[in-house]
Design a binder for this molecule. Sequence first.
Ligand code: KG4
Ligand code: ZN
Length: 357
Amino acid sequence: MVKDLCVLGIESSCDETGVALVQVCGQDAPVLLAHALYSQIEMHQAYGGVVPELASRDHIRRVLPLTQEVLQASGKSLQDVDVVAFTRGPGLAGALLVGAGVACAMGAALGKPVLGVHHLEGHLLSPFLSEDPPEFPFVALLVSGGHTQLMRVDGVGRYKILGETIDDAAGEAFDKSAKLLGLGYPGGPALSKLAETGNPAAFKLPRPLLHSDNLDFSFAGLKTAVMVQAKKLSIAQCCEVVALPQTTLADLAASTQAAIVEVLVKKSLAALKLTGLTRMVVAGGVGANRGLRDQLNAECGKRGVRVHYPELHLCTDNGAMIAMAAAMRLQSGQQAPTEVYAFDVKPRWPLDAIQMS
Ligand code: KG4
Ligand code: ZN
């Protein structure tokens, strides 16, 4: 039985610094007391993507003020923190080292245990912070900027990967296609906004591996198809891709989104059929996509399957999901080491390497 605990979570794997405090009372659902987030998007926009060195330096600037903010908002002090959790990987090495260094220094200074959390487990368990939390077991579709995976989830640390992308992730397909259309970085939200006014049937784009007999994905060819289509249109109209009429750009955006969403939905339905499960969780940044949510809800609704999502503001990277994953691991019996005077990060770290018995 876990005693009451206050868990501080620090996320710094990429371009968002997130800090949160979660309260654990025995085996009750952990409660989010406060969270604070600083997004570096504006800083990286000038470069069209994340610059790792700038990201690390900015995490250093933000992490302690955000921690102060979270403690103040929850009426707690550093001495009230029982466990310090941080994102150990996967992610950018330098960025991860900032969160790891700060968390381990806090643990050493306060004499409190420290727990390194898997970033994707944070995403996966983030729907447990929503008003409509799922129950185990479920099929999870994890769709972020760097990962696209379907898995069977039987409990905390009980993950079986059913299929994954063999090249680009879904978020990458959104981002790279958006860049081609002149929509800047990060492109996913911008492409999805533009798609709202476009015709998804305007252009026939490939649905990679749609009819393969496995649950793997491949999105690398899609951006090439978008590029070829965009170039054809711009040559025909004697202009740059970005100068194409807004309606054409919207049609291309809507067709791109339709291709990505159709593959994600069809493969998710196949995973549900294969496992016989009737609950589904969608997590990661692309889980914020309206088109994906609408189509998945419609198809799953027809089959009596409930789909659970994180709250919209917790779909992309944040500290709350890291504190929550740590809290759920502690409730499941994971021990957090104390006296951590050496630490490492894991820029590459498969999710099925962190199974609990
Ligand atoms: O989970 P996340 O914040 O970071 C990673 O762990 O990678 O996901 C970021 C990804 C980016 O590729 C971003 O473009 C995409 O999620 N994204 C979206 C939307 N919001 C974020 N993609 C499509 N539609 C959205 N509304
Ligand atoms: Zn993420």
